[in-house]
Design a protein around this ligand. Structure first.
Ligand SMILES: [Zn+2]
Ligand SMILES: [Zn+2]
Length: 359
């Protein structure tokens, strides 16, 4: 079928809306008409890494309506509102243990497919598709039952589209990995889409003290309204010293991937505190081993918050319905023909979560 998609062809060129062909769904696939798609920083890092001769349709926070269901698919019906998330195999050891984020086939299933493996073709040849099992900067995508979750048709797809990556990462790492309690101090470094979700989740979970650290005064002001007890403007003083005045952070989260920020986050931990990393940055990372050992600190990485989307996304929808994830304060929507403006606003920090919409 003919679809419309925002095609990326090199880091320096704007995305262009093009007509592409999407092949028919296979027996294990579902055809989804996309209503909204969040823009995640991973889209931008992939865009920067993919050479211009490999045009790609990015996007991995889709929300839409099911238009066709393959014969082998159960639990999904035409007309269902679905959220799209990353893809996983369902059969490897980590998938069977309930940690599909650590699927043995992660890279193969999420990096995008090219040539005969891609579900997309363009006028001038193949286009990389199935990025994160979706490529949701498009009017229509193919997904499977493993990377979609059927949700209540009453929710606004624009507000919940980002649940499938940024929000489950930020909320999941707080709820499932760090698990701070009412006596804990949680410091969140970087309050973009992921960090702001962590702040909202921490408030929903009754975490004792939540600290937000960021460069942007606007994002810090919003973090304060959404649940941060203390905000610290990074660069305007020693964030670790401010956090030390609270007795140190029992738990910290880095969403930036920036080595100096990670060093500050580690430094801000109290004895036996844990820092979780969810932002990809340049490695290797210099680590103060003596401080790590001497203070019994834990450094932990996490992908997608360690959560199983089939279990965690319904929980997030429930929080959202109860007002605990006020995404209307976080999301700004842009029609798909303004996707380059949305990307620029994301990159500059002018918007916490940009979501593109399809007519
Ligand atoms: Zn993402
Ligand atoms: Zn797997």
């Amino acid at each position: 079928m003919a679809i419309t998609a925002a095609v990326s062809a090199g880091a320096d060129d704007p995305l262009t809306l093009r007509q592409l062909r999407l092949r028919a769904p296979r027996p294990d696939e579902v055809l989804v008409r996309v209503l909204a798609s969040g823009i995640c920083h991973t889209d931008l890092t992939t865009r920067a890494a993919v050479p211009a001769e490999l045009p790609i349709v990015l996007g991995h926070e889709g929300a839409g309506v099911v238009e066709a269901v393959g014969a082998q698919v159960t639990g999904v019906a035409i007309g269902d509102l679905v959220l799209l998330t990353y893809q996983s195999c369902g059969t490897c050891a980590e998938c069977r243990r309930g940690f599909p984020g650590y699927c043995a086939q992660w890279a193969v299933l999420n990096a995008g497919r090219f040539g005969a493996d891609s579900p997309l073709t363009g006028e001038s040849g193949p286009v990389v598709g199935a990025y994160f099992g979706q490529s949701s900067f498009a009017s229509h995508v193919l997904a499977t039952a493993r990377n979609l979750v059927v949700v209540d048709p009453g929710v606004d797809p624009v507000l919940v589209a980002a649940f499938g990556c940024a929000v489950q990462t930020g909320a999941g790492v707080v709820a499932e990995v760090l698990a701070p309690g009412p006596d804990s101090v949680l410091a969140v470094f970087g309050v973009g889409g992921v960090g702001m979700s962590a702040v909202m989740a921490a408030r929903a979970l009754g975490v004792g003290t939540v600290v937000a650290v960021d460069l942007s005064p606007q994002r810090l002001a919003l973090a304060a309204e959404l649940g941060a007890d203390l905000t610290i403007a990074a660069g305007a003083g020693d964030a670790a010293a401010h956090i030390a005045e609270l007795g140190g952070a029992t738990h910290a989260l880095d969403t930036t991937g920036a080595a100096p920020v990670i060093a500050t986050a580690l430094q801000s931990l109290t004895a036996r505190g844990t820092l979780a990393l969810v932002g990809l940055g340049p490695s290797p990372l210099p680590i103060d081993v003596a401080a790590l050992i001497g203070r019994g600190k834990t450094l932990r990485g996490s992908i997608e918050g360690d959560v199983d989307p089939q279990v965690f996304l319904p929980r997030l929808i429930d929080w959202h319905r109860r007002g605990l994830l006020p995404m209307e304060r976080v999301v700004r929507s842009y029609p798909i023909d303004r996707i380059n403006e949305a990307i620029a606003d994301m990159a500059s920090g002018a918007v916490v979560k940009a979501v593109v919409t399809f007519p």
